[in-house]
Each structure stands twice: as C-alpha cells, then as structure tokens.
Design a protein around this ligand. Sequence first.
Ligand SMILES: [Fe+2]
Length: 622
Amino acid sequence: MTLVLGISAFYHDSAAALVRDGEVVAAAQEERFSRRKHDERFPAHAVEYCLREAGCTMRDVDYVGFYEKPLAKFDRLMRTYLAFAPQGYRSLRQAIPVWLATKLRIPREMDRALDARREGQYAFPEHHESHAASAFYPSPFDEAAILTLDGVGEWSTATIGVGRGRHIELTHELRFPHSLGLLYSAFTYYAGFKVNSAEYKVMGLAPYGEPRFLDRILTHLIDLREDGSFRMDMRYFNYCQGLTMTSPRFDALFDGPPRDPNAPLTQREMDLAASVQAVTDEIVLRCGRHVRGLTGMRHLAISGGVALNCVSTGKLLRAGVFDDIWVQPASGDAGGALGVALFVWHHLLGHDRQARPGDAQHGSLLGPAYTDDEIRRFLDGIGAPYTYCADPDELCGAVADRLDAGEVIGWFQGRMEFGPRALGSRSILGDARDPAMQSRINQKIKYREGFRPFAPAVLAEHCGDWFAHDRPSPYMTFVAPVSPAQLRPPSPEELGVTGLDRLAVPRSTIPAVTHVDGTARLQTVGAEANPRFRELLRAFHRRTGCPVLVNTSFNVRGEPIVCSPADAYACFLRTDMDGLALGSFLLDQRAKRAVELGVRATLEQDWGVGLDRGSGDYALSD
Ligand SMILES: [Fe+2]
C-alpha cells in the first residue's frame, strides 16, 4: 500500500488530501476545522482528519507533496521588487519576515508539523502542475486538453497542455504580471470587495449591469490576442509594487476612486462587474478555442481559481468548442492539495491511470461524516429535543413536507464536501418556487447581500425540463439558462425596474434560483453520489411536481461552511432557520426555544463553538 499526502498552505485556503494506491480517500480544507475562513496556516487538522479517515498515522505516509515551489515563488517576489525598486519597498518589508520565518523553510516547517523528518519524501511540483493534475487525473477522460487559469503561482498565471494516460505535459504559459485572475481581482478590489475572497460577488453582480467599460478595458488595460493570451499595461495596476490592486491611472480611467466597502452599491459597480465578466468570458473562450486547435483534443479539463467562474465555463461549454468539459470542483488553491497528491502518484511514481465513467472525484464528498450514534450523543449531551427517523424515507418525506410548507431547513448528512460549494451534505435548503425565498434566506439566515443568487439542485433526469443544459453537472461548475418553458415574461411595469430592484421581479416558475439574466448555477443530482439528498429531491418532486430545491451552503456570511454537528447546531440557533435535519434526527423551533440558554454554555465550553460571531451583521462586504 502506498499513501501520498498532498498539502497546500501558507497563502490562502490551506488544505490536505490523501491518496491511497491512487484512490482519493479524503480531502478537506483547514478552515472547516479551525473555523477561520480562508485559513492559510499549515493544515494540521485537515491532515489529522485525512489520516483518521484512512485509519493510519503519519508514519504510514510514503510521500508528501506540497502544491508549489516556494523558492521559485520567492524568486518571483524578489525579481518583481527589483524591477520596480525602490517602489514596492513597503510591501516587500511586510512580506519578507513571513518568507524568512515560514515559506522559505517549508520542508523544515512540514517536518515540524508532521512530527517527523521526511528528507527525500517531499515533492514540490509547480503550482500550475498541481492545478493541472487536479483537473485531469480525476476527470472522466482518457486524454484531454488542459487549461489552468488563476491569479499567479510561481511565475505562471495560465498554462495549457495535454493529459494522456498517466502523464501531464504543460506546453505553454502566460507569465506574471499578466494574469486573468489578477485582472478580475483588480476589479473586485475597485468595486469595493475583498480580493481573493469576493470575486464570486462580482460575478453575481455582473448581470445587473451593462458592459459599458468593455472598450476601455480592451483599449487601455489589456492587449488581447486571438489565442486568448494578453499583455496588461502595468501602469494601471499596483499589485507588483504596492499594497493595492489598482493605480491612480486606473482610477482616472474609470472616473473615480475605488468604492468604499461601506458605501452602497451603485449602477457603476454593476457596470464594472458586467464589463470585467465580459472580458473574462471572451478570454476563456479564446483560450478554449486555441487549446482545442493546438491539441486537437475533444475534451477539456480545467482548473485554477478562474475556473470557479462558472459563468465563463458555462459559456465555453455552450459554445461547443469541446465535446465535453470537466471542471475541478475545488479549482482554487485548496484543490492543489488533491492535485499534488495525484501528481506524485501518477506522474512522478509512474502508476497507470484508468479514467472512470463519471469521474474519480467521488462527488467531492471527501470530508468527515458523523454517525447517528455520534449525533445522538451530541444532541442528548446538550439536551436538545429531536425526532428520530429510523427510516430514511420517513426523514426525507418529513423534510419535503416542511420545505413545501415554506420552511428553510438545514441539511447535514454524510461526508462534508471538498471545494467551495455545498452539494447536499452541508446545505441549507428551501423551496425554489417561492418568490420571497431568496431575500428571506439572504437576510434572515445567511446575513448576506440580497443581490446574490442561490443555486438550484435538480433531479438529473428532469434537468432538461427546467434548464437549457443537457448533461450532468454534479458540482455546480456551470451556469446555464433556465429553460424557456419555465421563464415568465416581465409585465410592462416590471420592464422599467432597474438596478438591484430587479431582484424582486420573479423571472420564472423557480424564482428563488433564477438570476436576473434568467440563468442558474445548477447542480444535477444523479443516482450515484448522494443517495439521501436524491431521495429528498424525489420526495419533494412527488409532493409538488417540482424536482428543484434551493441549495446553498450551510454557513452564515463570513464563516466557513459547517463541519461538525456542533457547528451545524450553533448555526441553526443563531439564524432564523426553521428546522434542522442532522443525520436521521429532525429538529424544529422547539429545539431553539427549549434549550437555548443552557445550550449556549454547553456549546461554548464542551464543543468550543461560539454563538455570537457574525449574526445580525448586515454590512455589504466581509
Ligand atoms: Fe492557484
């Protein structure tokens, strides 16, 4: 038996993944255990969990892969500084101590964290090799073109290549500072949102705007070529030498300073979002066409932070450039942990790879699960009243009834998801037909901005009746149009509604999951990955004729998705959620009222879960 541990750490979203004889056994992000969002520290808890899941200890691990080359990254930092010196001294002065203390000594750091000397057992592939491996190896393709797009690794910001059997070959790259991820982040920053975290808010805001800045971006900011590569005019940006993303020249080009994060959103931010999204769509499309022509491959595997832009990937899919596209669901740097582990196994150790129908990602249900016995012990321990449903059909029927009655239910089942999306294991669910559902969940349960759409989960076999999408999409990696048959034409008065007010206009028979442009980031739920979630959708469909539910991640704004029953229960107490299905246990409002005071002390003392963080905070950005 050979065990390979993959690690990504020390930048943001640290994670661990464990591969046993080529099989992905477990993968998880550190933030879920430490409860610190985007936690970048060494993923000690995630490593411990992965080993526990495999029933082994660190001594059994044969190889450890780290997802990038720290020295090459440091080289890029220093060369960039020298190119701009003496500008950039302030940012360098902030960065150097961290590099000296940790990043340059990563093998030693890892020895210490893993509690063993592991000379000769470490592998450090390049950042984009890890992304590429995470895209290709778990994909359902024997061979495929590979495209990686992100902010930056060592020097690469985008790569293209080919995966064939057990080999990956990256043949072309775009290099720092020219970067689609950093261009998108620059607009994220300029629109008053948090970089490396809120890019998806820009994507969600884009359909409210008009791309009226598109020409300005293409004329001044980037020189875009037919093959999708581009050069950025760095006079408009400040990320090489400064502590901000954009420069005064950028501000002048777009008629003013960046939005104050506390100021209200205006049409201008929506138009900026629409413009950078349009550029991103175009670059992804051109890259796709180029890599198709270059490699002749009919299939594409894609990863890197930009691949989480499911609007662009959806458009690339519908453009028909490839017969099929597989997007690594954990495309951000957390997924590098999975990628590097598979890279070591196949590429470095030379083990054959057999592509699997579907894929080898296990529906990304790669995190911890809790048994009914463990959940019962927890609930009894805090004295929470519950109803136990021995029969899963009974549980699903009861939850479906409550969803049909308009309730919002926390749904905690089986193994936690790996990647940023909840896929029916750590989810908050609601009735997609209810026009008030989107603002209700946003304001009373997740405490987040009202403009952000929710995603639908749909029974795979009914997908075509509800969405213009003709293939499985089990990971919410594509945005697709809602089927014309389900769309509802706006009335003459509604046509006059502008800006964020458009949110209140129901656009389809499933308004809670239909974005203002008539699209949805859909998850199809087939027979394989998550039987209990599928049974719930079937039960809801039998009652209502609708095979679609709102599926949003089980957390409040600014916090990681819940991991344990205690996390889920605390989130339930702190929000306006109506019910909670914890494994086979169903809880309702009585569980809140009856025990809240006593539970508060117990949760905090015995389970280390605080109840005060985040709630009631309605500010626009986090
Ligand atoms: Fe990356």
